[in-house]
Design a protein. Structure first.
Lengths: 114, 113
């Protein structure tokens, strides 16, 4: 079965600094997708960034970028120029190609200090 | 309203009560999901509906009964729940594409006394 591991229950960063959240996953599939979701205190989960496993280029969305290491099965999220609004729970998630099921990690709580 | 909405936002019920959670999506999606989010545990997928047909039941106890009358509405009927069922219940919807981006509602915080 596929599993997603987020080894950092909590992280903190100073405003305007850069922080990296870790995620590893376990799968024997070759066709899959990886996601980072953000859940602010108001609880509405939103998609931050996604990565297709067949793409070698790391995904980037403004201040958010990933470091996708396929061989190592690692998918970390880098947040640059951190803002107070980035404070949230961040969940890493995996989806096998053709499946509707998202497998989530336990999450990392990110605190942004002013 | 836009996006995915859920009502009620908070619910307290006794173990003998019957209640229902409602989810509505205004995104034109075809797939809808129920998740359970408990403290310090990963989100657990409960049910998936595709074009109103249930395609996934992740070994959920029968005291949780889903209903999907159309592609825009999803219900979760609750009866004889246990205190360990207290959690945040999230609804999501998506278009069944290859990457299947899911859009989430704000959740219903359920407390079972």
């Amino acid at each position: 079965a596929q599993t997603v591991t987020q080894s950092q229950p909590e992280m903190s960063v100073q405003e305007a600094e850069t922080v990296t959240l870790s995620c590893t996953y376990d799968t024997s599939e070759s066709d899959y997708y990886l996601f980072w979701y953000k859940q602010p205190p108001s609880r509405q989960m939103i998609l931050v960034i996604r990565q297709e496993a067949y793409k070698q280029q790391n995904a980037t969305e403004n201040r958010f970028s990933v470091n996708f290491q396929k061989a190592a099965k690692s998918f970390s999220l880098k947040i640059s120029d951190s803002q107070l609004g980035d404070a949230a729970m961040y969940f890493c998630a995996y989806k096998r190609g053709g499946s509707e099921k998202l497998v989530f990690g336990k999450g990392t709580k990110l605190t942004v200090n002013p | 309203e836009t996006g995915v909405t859920q009502t009620p936002r908070h619910l307290v019920m006794g173990m003998t009560n019957k209640k229902s959670l409602k989810c509505e999506q205004h995104l034109g999606h075809n797939a809808m999901y129920w998740y359970k989010q408990s403290a310090k545990k990963p989100l657990e997928l409960m049910f998936v509906y595709n074009f109103k047909e249930q395609t996934e039941n992740n070994s959920v106890p029968s005291r949780f009964s889903p209903e999907c009358p159309n592609s825009s509405h999803l219900f979760l009927h609750l009866h004889t729940l246990q205190p360990e069922d207290s959690a945040l219940y999230l609804c999501a919807s998506s278009i069944p594409t290859s990457y299947n981006e899911q859009f989430f509602g704000p959740g219903t915080r359920l407390t079972v006394l």
